[in-house]
Design a protein around this ligand. Structure first.
Ligand code: COA
Length: 306
């Protein structure tokens, strides 16, 4: 007898849905997600049930500032992914259309060929490549960066607006960057692994001219058990680039993570970002993984496509 597949919206009042979300999405905390600005778990989170058991989800991040939604999904490997994913994508694209998004983006690890094939056959195209760079910071001499110089200070409580301003200025027009509101920044600072202390700001008098946002709570490396950290964002005011400030902020961030006992530091960078790649390469970061971004333009549904 065939199994009965149902794709449905999340019910945030049902503890089984909250528990399933945290079990299926590594590192996720339902309460954090449910409080995210511009996110409505009742509309933006779907579950796939087979014979009453939750075996997959699709989560939508709404970024209408750049006309897109970002889709994140997972289907239990013991089920054939195609029909489940097709139904999840169908529901997500319907929602995206209703929101007025022009495109949907999905990121897939470059070695997941079957998944890429499935997206390509569903109207998605490959549009971007991101690199994952990694550095073993225990081997790196950061003496010169061990103490912040007087023009660099940790973010203080209530500094969300300054951080939003410098981040939006540094990343304006960058592919996939949706300008952040103060509420977005405050939310990111509240969620696990982000505290104001983990953000370093560079000042010129009363003006913020660059920043390095680190994440210290990134778990352990699965093969070695060593503590991981992340350079989450790094930016320098466009008028002040190429004068050494980016390198200084990066080293201050690495030193901060090292002082918190983090050894393996990850950074994600767009393959077209020559300046950042050169900087990370010269500090000893090594390319360890690649992620591909796929895009589906949201028009009307096509026959055979979600
Ligand atoms: C990446 C970024 C932080 C670098 O900051 P910066 O202050 O300009 O960098 P620095 O002056 O410290 O330069 C450090 C190194 O980066 C490389 N670099 C900087 N600008 C470069 C450019 N335009 N082209 C190629 N390499 C460049 C060089 O290797 C340089 O070292 P060198 O001067 O010894 O050769 C800055 O370009 C930026 O804010 N970009 C937009 C936001 C962004 O993309 N952040 C990174 C996301 S992963």
């Amino acid at each position: 007898m065939g199994h009965k597949l149902t794709v449905r919206n999340c019910n945030p009042q049902d503890p089984r849905d909250c528990e399933a979300y945290e079990r299926l999405k590594p590192g996720a905390v339902f309460a954090h997600m449910a409080n995210r600005p511009n996110y409505d778990a009742r509309e933006d989170l779907f579950f796939a049930d087979v014979d009453g058991a939750i075996i997959g989800y699709l989560d939508i991040t709404v970024e209408l500032g750049i006309g897109r939604v970002v889709l994140d999904y997972w289907v239990h490997p013991s089920y054939s992914p195609r029909p489940i994913l097709m139904e999840l994508l169908h529901r997500a694209l319907e929602r995206a259309r209703k929101l007025g998004a022009r495109k949907a983006h999905v990121s897939v690890h470059s070695d997941k060929l079957a998944e890429a094939e499935l997206l390509l056959s569903s109207g998605f195209n490959e549009v971007r490549r991101h690199y994952e760079f990694r550095l073993d910071v225990s081997e790196v001499n950061l003496e010169s960066a061990d103490r912040l110089n007087s023009a660099c200070r940790h973010l203080e409580a209530g500094g969300e607006e300054r951080l939003a301003q410098i981040q939006n200025r540094c990343f304006a027009g960058t592919w996939g960057y949706n300008p952040n509101t103060i509420e977005d920044i405050a939310w990111w600072l509240r969620v696990k692994g982000n505290s104001p202390d983990d953000v370093i700001l560079a000042w010129d008098g009363s003006r913020v001219i660059g920043y390095c946002w680190t994440a210290a709570d990134c778990g352990q490396d699965s093969s070695t058990g060593r503590n991981k950290g992340r350079i989450y964002m790094l930016g320098v005011d466009p008028d002040l680039r190429n004068r050494g400030l980016g390198r200084e902020l990066l080293r201050a961030g690495l030193s901060h993570l090292k002082s918190k006992g983090r050894e393996i530091i990850d950074i994600t960078v767009d393959s077209k970002n020559d300046a950042a790649i050169k900087l990370y390469d010269s500090e000893g970061f090594q390319l360890c993984e690649e992620t591909l971004w796929y895009e589906r333009i949201i028009g009307y549904p096509h026959p055979g496509n979600p």
